[in-house]
Design a protein around this ligand. Structure first.
Ligand code: FBP
Length: 277
């Protein structure tokens, strides 16, 4: 088995992955956080005790928190190599901020990169990713792409054929995993997964929604071609992050029924609320 495959396997349990995304401080700003989730150590605690199979940090958090946190190495790290704020308008382009070598030094087992498919800057983005992939191959690191169709040419970023195009481009570029959005249509996701071939599809969580809705989406995507989730806000913005982590674990990694996971969350939220009275 190649070093890339060994490192990639570290993110999977029974061929399924549940990855905690925490690059929103760069992408959206602290508006996403509360008193608890603003602290990267809280996220590390959640990632380790919530049995996530991976964690996404930008370089700064990787250097200042992941490398020092006891037990962090039990949760393999993806360092996001590029990033941008949402203050910048116009055609999207997220520049590379971290090299593959730096990511390796911070303990990364994979590197991540956002591709804005359809952006006027697409050619530059593709070249940057291909350079990164070459370097990642040399270090034996797999590549995760955030495949986000965006820019003025993209009228609907979650249209089935747009998503399928993104999945195919991820394969054509040789990404190991593509992190994509789900449009709520199982047949579209099945086609996306076919178009992705040997590139694995994980689904992004999106903005915070009701626990039941989040769990249903997790169940649906796991049964229609995705191999996992890379999710953030629906876990660490929840009033009950560990309950959400446990319920997602059950669905994504243990193939538990949707009903059982929803009941678990409902019952335990009721218990927690009772304790507060
Ligand atoms: P969430 O589960 O919180 O949506 O995180 C997934 C993610 O891809 C993050 O990794 C990234 O910061 C963010 O969504 C990008 O969101 P946007 O769609 O606003 O660019």
């Amino acid at each position: 088995m190649s070093k890339i495959d060994r490192n990639l396997n570290a993110f999977f349990q029974n061929d399924r992955a549940l990855i905690l995304a925490y690059d929103q401080g760069m992408e959206h700003g602290p508006t996403d956080f509360n008193e608890q989730s603003v602290n990267p150590d809280f996220i590390l605690q959640l990632a380790t005790s919530g049995n996530f199979t991976g964690l996404i940090f930008q370089k700064g958090l990787a250097e200042k928190y992941y490398t020092n946190y006891k037990g962090a190495r039990n949760v393999p790290l993806i360092v996001k190599l590029n990033g941008k704020t949402n203050l910048v308008k116009g055609e999207p382009y997220s520049t590379q901020l971290c090299s593959v070598k730096e990511a390796v030094d911070y303990g990364a087992k994979a590197v991540g990169y956002t591709i804005y498919l359809g952006s006027e800057k697409e050619a530059k983005i593709f070249k940057e990713f291909c350079d990164i992939k070459r370097e990642a191959n040399d270090y034996g690191l797999p590549t995760f792409v955030w495949m986000y169709p965006r820019g003025k040419a993209i009228k609907n970023d979650v249209k089935g054929d747009v998503l399928a195009y993104g999945a195919r481009v991820a394969l054509e570029l040789g990404a190991d995993v593509a992190k994509m959005k789900y449009n709520g249509k199982p047949a579209d996701l099945q086609w996306v997964a076919k178009c992705a071939g040997k590139t694995k599809i994980v689904i992004a969580g999106g903005s915070k929604t009701a626990p039941e809705k989040c769990l249903k989406e997790a169940f649906d995507v796991m049964n229609n071609g995705a191999v996992g989730l890379a999710i953030g806000r629906n876990v660490w913005q929840s009033d009950y992050p560990m309950l959400m982590a446990n319920a997602l674990n059950a669905i994504v990694l243990k193939n538990v029924s949707l009903e059982a996971a929803v009941n678990y969350v409902r019952q335990n939220i009721a218990i927690e609320k009772q304790k507060k009275i």
